[in-house]
Write a protein that binds this ligand. Structure first.
Ligand SMILES: Cc1cc2nc3c(=O)[nH]c(=O)nc-3n(C[C@H](O)[C@H](O)[C@H](O)COP(=O)(O)OP(=O)(O)OC[C@H]3O[C@@H](n4cnc5c(N)ncnc54)[C@H](O)[C@@H]3O)c2cc1C
Length: 388
């Protein structure tokens, strides 16, 4: 059996940034990065929208070739179709994840990381007396590592049986199409709400440039029973973009719940979707995965330097605290808001949107939205109370 200092499972945003952070640590170490596929050779199950600031905070410099479009606005449509535009001075990107992830993998290879694609990890053992964990693959082969970073996305279930978050907390179904001939404002992302449009979730239109767009629907887990998500997308397309030419359809799952709990144990660190890092309301997880990956890589570097389980437990606690401070604390509040928001009737969203349309776009802050809702739409304000 081959031995490594660290094994990273998953060449997505979380795993790649964990690797980059770990390889930048002071002491040299042997790293194996595995993924069950070459992610950039497959259709990316993602709408690829990301805030500029979050991405830069997590990754540093952004290569221009990774950016499909720069986005300055978000347009929200209430159930009756009334739109309000939120201008974001910080801007966002529609990225090309395939190019980005391939480039980042190449960077890791150049810096000595061994990359093996087409290999699925099926198990991670408990920490042995020798201070190592064994990672088993579907080929029945296994390797050992002093630290395993599980960045295998929303449904890997690695770590089951140990006191660590090993499963998704609120796995929501999503279904989307990449389409051409989509007539929409390409300077904005478009979000549509409503119980008929997407119960417990939303529909999105994220332009990709040149008349192409990623158009999809995500629905709440609690609202999914008896709902055919394919029909929802089809109805949405027929209503709003009847001339769209569909290139491909994809299904995916988003783990968008959050609970404060263990995300690391001595020799095993979870990050990204595998640690429920997605924003529960926006369902954005790219910048979050990059950010948590960087924290995980830092924690792994410390574990490799640490002498003994006690020191590693302290590193786990610090990692959890760091994530809670960065995003987890806010995600906890948002998860509660999400639970309340689904109970607000469409009528309130329609009325609140009409009231908010009167506010000049550049003055439409979160405080303004809350203030207006509080005065006129108490059910909506009550749903937002967890943010106070
Ligand atoms: C339809 C859809 C649209 C989305 N749109 C957006 C968006 O616009 N903006 C945004 O910010 N977020 C979006 N998200 C969420 C975002 O895609 C994820 O949060 C993000 O990809 C998480 O990154 P990650 O590295 O944690 O996991 P992933 O990107 O899922 O990477 C995990 C990697 O691990 C590999 N893997 C899995 N299991 C194993 C195994 N057992 N062994 C080896 N390899 C394994 C996978 O092949 C994969 O390459 C969307 C999600 C979906 C489903």
């Amino acid at each position: 059996m081959k031995n490594y200092d660290a094994v990273i499972i998953g060449a997505g945003p979380a795993g790649l940034n964990a690797g980059l952070r770990l390889i930048s640590a002071d002491s040299p170490c042997s790293i194996l990065l595995v993924d069950k596929v070459a992610p950039w050779e497959r259709p990316m199950p993602c709408a690829e929208g990301v805030g500029r600031r979050g991405l830069e905070e997590a990754l540093g410099e952004i290569d221009p070739s990774w950016i499909r479009l720069v986005i300055g606005k978000a347009t929200f449509y209430s159930p009756d179709g009334t739109g309000i535009v939120h201008t974001n001075a910080n801007k966002g990107y529609i990225i090309d994840r395939a190019t980005m992830q391939r480039d980042l993998t190449d960077r890791l290879k150049e810096r000595g990381v061994e990359v093996v694609l087409g290999v699925k990890a099926v198990g991670v053992s408990v920490l042995g007396d020798d201070g190592r964990r064994e990672v088993t693959f579907d080929s029945m082969e296994s390797v050992s590592a002093r630290v395993v970073i599980d960045a295998s996305g929303p449904v890997s279930l690695l770590g089951k049986g140990e006191p660590i978050c090993w499963k998704p907390y609120d796995l929501e179904p999503a279904y989307f199409a990449v389409a051409e001939n989509v007539n929409c404002d390409e300077g904005s992302v478009h979000i549509y709400a409503g119980q008929k449009v997407a119960p417990g979730g939303y529909a999105w239109v994220f332009p990709r440039g040149g008349g192409a767009a990623n158009i999809g629907v995500v629905i709440g887990k609690g609202q999914a029973k008896g709902v055919n998500i394919r029909n929802l997308l089809s109805d949405f397309l027929n209503k709003h973009y009847p001339k769209a030419e569909i290139i491909t359809y994809f299904a995916g799952s988003i783990s968008c719940g959050y609970r404060r709990g263990s995300i690391a144990l001595p020799g095993l660190i979870k990050c990204g979707d595998a640690a429920n890092a997605v924003n529960p309301i926006s369902r954005a997880g790219i910048a979050e995965a990059f950010l948590m990956g960087a924290l995980a890589g830092g924690a792994a570097a410390e574990m490799l330097r640490a002498g003994g389980v006690k020191a590693m437990k302290k590193i786990c606690a610090d990692y959890e605290k760091a994530w809670f401070k960065k995003r987890g604390g806010r995600h906890l509040k948002l998860a509660r808001v999400k639970g309340s928001m689904v109970k607000v009737p469409d009528e309130d969203y329609n009325n609140a949107t009409k009231a908010l349309r009167a506010v000049p776009t550049d003055k439409l802050s979160a405080a303004k939205i809350f203030g207006i809702s509080l005065r006129r739409f108490p059910r909506l304000a009550w749903a937002l109370r967890h943010l106070m």
